[in-house]
Design a protein around this ligand. Structure first.
Ligand SMILES: [Zn+2]
Length: 320
């Protein structure tokens, strides 16, 4: 975990350094040509720097070990980063839209296009290389912060490609409206990316379950233990950044000794943690006939009836 955090910081520092170089090149391309397209492209990269700096700060929090105030760890902090990053991309897209609209109503000629395009292309190649390198790292480290940052860089690459092509076509065709129109198309694409990042963040904050493949794998582990005696139900999972949590009921015959039941529970926990290293597993032991009170209450609220078999160990206190 700690090691993962250190590697995550290496990726984010590299992206920060790359962003500074890329912004300088893109601003140079704007200075050389006077193209508003290049200016809006540079503006998007400036958002990258702000986002990467924020991600660095957040990863530091996310990797902190669980403490008394946060006994489940701090990994959910990652979702703030992807949420804020999504919002920043959205703002950048809106700024590009505004610039493009201005350009559309007040067309202006641009100069030294081949030189400006070459400078911007060099910046784009740097961005693409760093983005692909980070995406590989994000998959390996299962880090949503690095993935968000890499996807952001990739949208930056698409913006740049669109802008470079549009700006190069302007002197060739004499169509001054082309630059802003392509800018608008690219901005809409970026807006969609922003939406998916914010959605991802909301999913995490709302305790979304593990994905379908992981859920199937978890059920396959439980299948190895299922028998006439053993039943699993109320299996719940959630993902918090790089951490996974699973809780479930393990129902078994009421006549078993506590030792036998505990051995069984231990074996299930061990198998689950072997399949999903680092997962936090909570297994509640229950008899075959009895359901937990909270599940009975939940069903009572949902349907107004209890279908679970209710057994009463000893006489309940009499109400007078
Ligand atoms: Zn149950």
């Amino acid at each position: 975990m700690h090691n993962n955090g250190m590697q995550a910081r290496t990726y984010l520092r590299a992206s920060l350094l790359a962003a500074i170089i890329v912004i300088s090149l893109k601003l140079l391309a704007w200075k050389v040509t006077g193209s508003v397209g290049f200016l809006s492209d540079a503006m998007e990269s400036i958002v990258n720097v702000a986002a990467a700096a924020f991600a660095l700060f957040i990863v530091r929090i996310a990797e902190a070990p669980p403490d008394a105030d946060h006994p489940y760890g701090h990994t959910k902090a990652e979702y703030f980063s992807s949420g804020v990053e999504g919002l920043l991309i959205g703002v950048a897209a809106a700024l590009i839209l505004i610039e493009a609209a201005k350009r559309l109503t007040h067309p202006q000629p641009i100069s030294d296009v081949p030189l400006g395009a070459a400078i911007s292309a060099a910046a784009t190649v740097i961005n693409l290389g760093v983005a692909l390198w980070m995406l590989r790292g994000a998959r390996r480290l299962r880090s949503i912060v690095i993935e968000a940052d890499a996807r952001h860089l990739l949208t930056d690459v698409w913006t740049s490609v669109g802008v470079i092509v549009a700006v190069m076509l302007v002197p060739l065709t004499g169509w001054l409206w082309l630059d802003p129109v392509i800018g608008i198309v690219v901005a809409l694409h970026i807006l969609r990316e922003a939406f998916s990042l914010v959605k991802r963040s909301v999913d995490g904050l709302m305790d979304k379950s593990m994905d379908d493949a992981d859920l199937a794998g978890l059920q396959a582990v439980l299948d190895r233990f299922r028998s006439n005696d053993l039943r699993f139900d109320h299996v719940r999972t959630r993902v918090a950044g790089t951490r996974r949590f699973a809780s479930m009921h393990l129902h078994m015959p009421g006549g078993w000794s506590l030792q036998r039941a505990a051995d069984c529970r231990y074996a299930v926990e061990k198998a689950l943690i072997e399949a999903y290293p680092g997962m936090t597993v909570t297994i509640e032991m229950l008899t075959s006939a009895q359901e937990s009170l909270q599940e009975e209450n939940a069903q009572m609220q949902a349907t107004g009836t209890i279908s679970y078999q209710v057994c009463t160990p000893g006489a309940p206190p009499q109400q007078h």
